[in-house]
Design a protein. Sequence first.
Length: 117
Amino acid sequence: VQLQASGGGLVQAGGSLRLSCAASGRTFSSYAMGWFRQAPGKEREFVASISWSGAITYYADSMKGRFTISRDNAKNTVYLQMNSLKPEDTAVYYCAVATRPNLYDYWGQGTLVTVSS
């Protein structure tokens, strides 16, 4: 089972990026998926999550209105569209799968997002 996150990079403040997380080795269309991030020297924090159908989404307060999580179950992929990026959004972003409610037990390797001021 692998989760491959991609799409990170260097962007100026106010810019946008779209992260992707492709799952392989198992079909995750029945499970919720989420994005987390960890900034240098800080603990990992929740960013957003999406239900198996895509009908229900949750966001951390600081991401509401700027980030959008979506998924394509046919491609076994979850996305995170990030707009109006701020320097404080700089972090390694991880995708994860919750095979049980609120239990994320499969994790990707992370993709680095750097937002310059």
